[in-house]
Design a protein around this ligand. Structure first.
Ligand code: GLY
Length: 573
């Protein structure tokens, strides 16, 4: 899906850093006490309201997640799943995994025909694509572990927005129209998201009465209302009637789990990121470890040499991702090896300064696609607690089916498994048997909710949607700030590249690489191709508008929302 770059109509930018970039980016939005950066203005406001009422970053994250399920049906959800990285001001940190699981009736070959060929769309559209949702269990786990406010208070904004509706702006309308063709094929979706057979336009008040009722039941009775109550019953009934395999037992046995984050260090910064079943932390840390021996700052932003080393590091990290990684509760993977400095040194010794490594020479696994319909938000509260949450329906609007009487759009997360090891998935990812389908298993993810600290102090909260482009997006915005001295907005706006081992292509956004840089990269053997926009980075930088720059007035928090999608906001107080 392609989005035009939305015009940012801020005042003229004041470039506070960056010797190598001439981009005109707005001065970052600053806040004194707390900040929420999310994909929807009303969800960001809901989070800030909770912060102002004295709730902490996790309280606010719960409020934002439920609000996005109403105002950003593209990816906000209670019918999907995701991850939250949490770091408290006292240094405690953890990772909450509420990734969807494969239903008990799932089988390794459920998306193949008799000849062993992948059946198109079976894992991405309709009920057979749906994994057991994890979001409600995850948000409830977060509230039990770290929350300080009653559930009803945290869900009040979402319930109000669903029950009374909200007035769609142009961004909402443009985005919602992307799902119109599929909504027309699903009567419960059409009844909510379409005006007859046409998309709703700007100015329409989008009311979601059934969703409001489901949210109210959760607010009143907790996660059981979703997993054992009317929501599960109606989703299972719809699934059974329309070719799906979900059962009440799938819902009753779903569990969100707490895991230790994946961590590494880069030039004095400490990275706290997503562990398996997300590949995000491994890809970020493996790449950073390789890059740590190259003078990326001195080489210059998007110099041919810098892009070459970044591409070579990503090639190796994505190779390890696709060949080796999977749900740690089902497959043994030596993730610690992949993020060790010794392993990075070994990989670096295979990187030539003047020659691209052919991807096939790293060895082939099986192969696989991966959905972009993800959304990320970053939150910091007045005490310095941080929540970094990425959750998803996989594709925008997931499987594009809404269970009748619930208003709940359902995910197509089953497509994040390798339907057939060796076949590229929606993102062109080629994966191995460790990510094969099995009942109760979590599909490998790329979601990378990340927090960065330095000397024990919070520096950055960051994440993005984008499927396989998530780790590369997060990584480049981090590098732009750490190595290239950009402000948080410059770092977010700057054009990006992407490489993921297979296909063996160095992708670049429009204007990311000059003609002569492209020529220098091509001379090294890189195959170059322009790509669309994939990410919507939502990032908060603590202490100044750029790393090492003094704060402006009383503002301690500086936020940026990626202009690559037509929605999103930075809100603070
Ligand atoms: N569905 C996108 C991801 O989990 O990476």
């Amino acid at each position: 899906m392609t989005f035009g770059k939305t015009a940012l109509t801020f005042l003229a930018a004041v470039s506070l850093a960056s010797s190598s970039l001439q981009a005109a980016s707005p001065v970052p939005v600053g806040a004194e006490h707390g900040m929420v950066v999310s994909a929807h203005r009303l969800a960001s406001d809901a989070g800030v309201e909770v912060l102002q009422q004295g709730g902490n970053a996790v309280d606010a994250a719960i409020a934002v997640a439920y609000a996005l399920a109403v105002t950003f049906p593209e990816a906000g959800n209670i019918g999907g799943g995701g991850f939250m990285t949490v770091r408290l001001a006292d240094g405690r940190q953890t990772f909450l995994d509420f990734r969807e699981t494969a239903p008990k009736a799932a089988t390794a070959k459920m998306y193949l025909d008799k000849a062993g060929k992948v059946i198109r769309l079976l894992s991405t559209r309709g009920y057979k694509a749906v994994g057991v949702p994890g979001t409600v269990a995850g948000l409830e786990l977060a509230r039990e572990r770290f929350g300080t406010r009653p559930r009803a208070q945290l869900m009040a904004a979402a319930i109000r927005l669903a029950r009374d509706g909200f007035v769609m702006d142009q961004g909402d309308a443009t985005f919602l129209a992307e799902g119109a063709e599929d909504f027309a094929k699903d009567a419960p979706s059409a009844a909510i998201f379409l005006n007859g057979d046409k998309p709703w336009e700007k100015g329409h008040r989008l009311v979601q009465a059934d969703l409001a009722r489901m949210l109210q039941q959760i607010a009143d009775h907790g996660a059981d209302a979703f997993y054992k109550g009317e929501a599960a019953q109606k989703i299972v009934a719809a699934s059974k009637a329309r070719g799906g395999i979900l059962s009440m037992a799938d819902f009753a046995s779903y569990k969100a789990v707490e895991r230790a984050p994946t961590e590494c260090d880069y030039r004095g910064y400490h990275v706290i990121s997503a562990p398996l079943p997300s590949s995000g932390g491994v890809v970020i840390c493996e790449t950073l470890n390789i890059l740590s021996a190259y003078p990326m700052g001195e080489l210059g932003w998007h110099s041919a040499k810098g892009v070459h080393y970044l591409t070579e590091a990503l090639r190796r990290a994505y190779h390890d991702r696709n060949v080796n990684l999977g749900d740690p509760d089902f497959v043994k993977t030596d993730a610690a090896k992949f993020i060790s400095p010794e392993y990075a040194a070994q990989l670096r010794s295979g990187i030539a300064a003047d020659k691209a490594t052919p991807s096939v020479s790293l060895g082939m696994p099986g192969m696989n696609h991966e959905g972009t319909s993800t959304t990320h938000f970053s939150i910091v509260d007045a005490a310095g607690n941080a929540a970094s949450l990425t959750y998803t329906l996989n594709d925008w609007f997931g499987a594009r089916v809404t269970a009748e009487g619930t208003g709940i759009l359902l995910n197509d997360e089953m497509d994040d498994f390798s339907s057939k090891p060796g076949e590229p998935n929606m993102y062109g990812l080629v994966e191995g048997v460790n990510n094969a389908i099995a009942p109760g298993k979590r599909p490998l993810s790329s979601m990378t909710p990340t927090i960065v600290t330095k000397d024990g102090k919070l520096v950055m909260v960051i994440g993005t949607p984008g499927g396989s482009h998530i780790p590369t997006g997060v990584l480049q915005v981090m590098l732009n700030m750490i190595d290239h001295g950009m402000t948080v907005t410059e770092a977010t706006d700057a054009p990006r590249i992407h490489a993921q081992w297979m296909p063996d292509v160095l992708f670049h956004e429009p204007n990311a690489l000059s003609l002569d840089t492209r020529a220098l990269l091509a001379a090294r053997g890189h195959m170059l191709e322009q790509m669309d926009y994939w990410n919507q980075i939502a990032v908060i930088l603590v202490g100044g508008p750029a790393i090492g720059k003094p704060q402006i007035g009383k503002a301690q928090l500086y936020g940026a929302i990626d202009p690559r999608l037509p929605v999103g906001s930075v809100a603070g107080y």
